[in-house]
Design a protein. Structure first.
Length: 199
């Protein structure tokens, strides 16, 4: 776990935050209301007893920029774990090797927009992607989108789907499972080859 934390913190320090029309990893929050909401969650996380490992406050004096934030020692009942923040905030929760316990904990929420699993065990991947109650399950990757595939959540994370032909079927709940097969960069362009399964 400590090795993972060191890598995460190292990556966060490299993260470029700024004008979204330039070469950055993260832009500002959409508006003042969302900016204030994100900052209130970051404050609440500390009040609830999570350990602030990185960030946690406004970045700069202008615009609605928030520092990329990582919380450790997060418990399942904390609001930063149970609610959708929609800001640059990562929560680290420890778990045992029991996949059923992990899946039960992951699904014990009112939300279900997206999830991700990293594993080399195909049985674990298949079990998790079938059990997770989210609109998208990323496998060995995260935050990859394709305009031809549906996107949307389960539960209070939305009804219906955007993108692709499923956008026409607002009342259906479809899920995609995306396997990253190969990734490379050619002439500064990031190329990802993936296999997608709709279920």
């Amino acid at each position: 776990m400590m090795n993972l934390l060191k890598k995460l913190l190292k990556q966060q320090k490299k993260r470029k935050v700024g004008d979204p029309f330039t070469d950055v990893d993260q832009g500002p929050q959409q508006n003042k209301q969302q900016f204030d909401k994100v900052l209130s969650y970051l404050k609440l996380g500390q009040q609830e007893g999570a350990t602030l490992l990185h960030g946690g406050k406004r970045l700069g004096n202008e615009g609605y920029y928030v520092e990329p934030t990582i919380f450790g020692d997060v418990k399942d009942n904390m609001k930063i774990s149970r609610e959708e923040i929609f800001g640059p905030c990562m929560q680290i929760l420890k778990f045992n090797d029991n996949i059923n316990e992990v899946l039960d904990r992951a699904n014990d929420t009112n939300y279900g927009l997206a999830s991700g699993i990293f594993s080399s065990n195909i049985d674990t991947i298949n079990q998790a992607t079938r059990a997770l109650k989210t609109g998208t399950v990323w496998i060995n990757c995260y935050d990859i989108f394709d305009a031809s595939l549906p996107f949307g959540g389960y539960k209070q994370s939305g009804i219906g789907r955007e993108k692709g032909e499923y956008a026409l079927s607002k009342a259906l709940c479809k899920r995609r499972r995306l396997f990253k097969i190969y990734q490379t960069t050619v002439d500064g362009i990031n190329i990802i080859i993936s296999h997608n399964i709709l279920s």
